[in-house]
Design a binder for this molecule. Structure first.
Ligand code: AMP
Ligand code: MG
Length: 465
């Protein structure tokens, strides 16, 4: 089968990328192919599972029409600026149907620095499950087209099986892409970037400032969506924030079990910079870095450009609060009656009694008893229920499509990875199946709803590096 590649990114100025081909592996095998996504892209899913398809997904053969490359970008990582990061373990093959097709873990690139350009199996499975879960939950995200075993070992803390992940994205442009050119004072490339981003993501906008406004609004929506399902991105560095408004980079991300607003998981996030409730503030900080990078394009008069940028950035908290309130109002079934205090009272109660975020919200749409069951001390929960009942007639059908039954819980992901390391992919496929339909109870998957037993609780998540 001929894949229909376009290479609009490869047509951008040379400053945007380095051409590089994937490094072949000796004995790859398929773990999963995303049939639905393949079809959406006009690719025959059966083809991807053939030897020819596998060779492409493993980086062993370059499909006709593809022009593989590694993208250049910079980024603030945990607040410190690196002027050159770039795709160290990712290679863009090109675009199909307007979407980037990228191999993650397909070998070193000119941006690999000391890294090996490879991925271990665990992070590949994690990204596959979590990104597809996010999609099924209705949250903008990059997607998973395929996962393969490389058949080779990669050296992490110990030797691990290698994996290659095929990521599909509206684009891989990041805040760090703009920072890369700004740091070099390369205004021409910045202009090309803005034009390209407008073409691909925001054709209704017509200049850098309008594009910036649109990105602010998308990020506010995105982070509010994350908060609505208890998602912690974990590594909101500016190179991991997409200009398209999609969730990107599922390194140490995690869904919360028990609600704790200051929860963090990432082992490298010592200070909790990227903890759950810090996410909107960090998004605004990141957008400020984007504004700084784009200032030369906002207005010739730099003082005026700064004023323009500040004015927009100041709107972020309001945009976020508005989106957050809308989402949580729907979660408690009161889409017409926005009551921030009622919502906050519930969140406070959940935090003080450490109830499970997902189960607490879901149970509210089932029955008062099942809701109360989450709380050790029922009295304040009863009081809250009374307030809630007085606030209006809850729209239970809406609540059911806002409050998932299934999320990719950490302990289940760990279980999937442990089994996969023993060549058992059944738990992976089972979890994936449940997560495809997160808002409906499915027979046989009851255990996937459950909170972890004390000995199953995962305290730390790790980056793919
Ligand atoms: P991340 O933490 O995945 O956002 O990656 C941060 C930077 O490190 C990016 O420039 C990656 O391309 C690079 N990187 C991460 N892992 C590897 C690896 N195994 N080999 C080469 N570069 C890597
Ligand atoms: Mg990254």
């Amino acid at each position: 089968m001929k894949l229909n590649f376009q290479n609009t990114f490869a047509r951008l100025p040379q400053s945007f990328f380095e051409k590089v081909e994937p490094t072949p592996v000796i004995q790859p095998s398929i773990i999963a192919v995303n049939d639905g996504l393949a079809k959406e892209l006009g690719i025959d899913p059966d083809f991807l599972a053939t030897d020819e398809g596998l060779a492409i997904l493993a980086g062993n053969s370059i499909p006709e029409g593809a022009e593989p490359l590694a993208m250049a970008y910079a980024g603030h990582q945990f607040g410190g600026f690196s002027p050159q990061l770039g795709d160290g373990r990712a290679i863009l093959l090109g675009e199909i149907g307007g979407k980037d097709i990228q191999l993650k873990g397909a070998g070193p690139t000119p941006f690999s620095r000391r890294g090996d350009g490879r991925s271990a199996l665990g992070p590949v499975l994690r990204e596959y499950l979590v990104s597809e879960a996010m999609h099924a939950l209705g949250i903008p995200t990059t997607r998973a087209l395929a996962a393969v075993l490389s058949g080779e070992l990669v050296l992490r803390e110990q030797p691990e099986q290698g994996g290659i992940f095929t990521r599909v994205a509206s684009s891989h442009l990041r805040i760090g892409t703009a920072q890369y050119f700004a740091a070099q004072n390369d205004i021409e490339s910045l202009k090309s970037l803005v034009n390209y981003a407008i073409q691909r993501h925001d054709p209704q906008t017509s200049n850098a400032f309008e594009l910036f406004q649109s990105i602010i609004s998308k990020q506010a929506q995105l982070v509010a969506h994350w908060m609505g399902i208890g998602f912690i991105h974990g590594v909101m560095n500016t190179d991991n924030m997409s200009l398209s408004g999609e969730t990107i980079d599922y390194g140490p991300c995690a869904f919360m079990d028990r609600f704790n607003p200051t929860q963090k998981f990432s082992s490298i996030d010592q200070n909790g910079r990227y903890a759950y409730s810090n996410q909107p503030g960090i998004a605004q900080w990141n957008l400020t870095r984007l504004a700084e990078s784009l200032l030369p394009l906002f207005d010739e008069d730099q003082e005026k450009a700064v004023t323009m940028a500040k004015g927009e950035l100041e709107k972020f908290p309001h945009l976020f609060d508005e989106a957050h309130l809308k989402i949580f109002s729907k979660k408690i079934g009161l889409s017409q009656n926005h009551d921030p205090e009622l919502i906050q009272a519930l969140l406070d109660l959940m935090a003080s009694q450490k109830t499970d975020f997902t189960l607490t919200f879901r149970s509210l749409s089932n029955s008062p008893d099942s809701f109360l069951f989450n709380f050790e001390d029922e009295a304040p929960a009863r009081d809250w229920l009374a307030r809630w009942n007085a606030a209006g007639t809850p729209e239970t059908s809406l609540m059911k499509v806002m409050n998932p039954v299934y999320i990719p819980r950490n302990h289940r992901i760990e279980e999937v990875i442990a089994a996969a390391k023993q060549d058992n992919f059944a738990p992976f496929h089972e979890l994936h199946k449940a997560l495809k339909n997160p808002y409906n109870e499915q027979e046989g998957f009851e255990k996937l709803q459950q909170t972890p037993a004390p000995e199953e609780v995962v305290c730390n998540t790790f980056c793919g590096t």
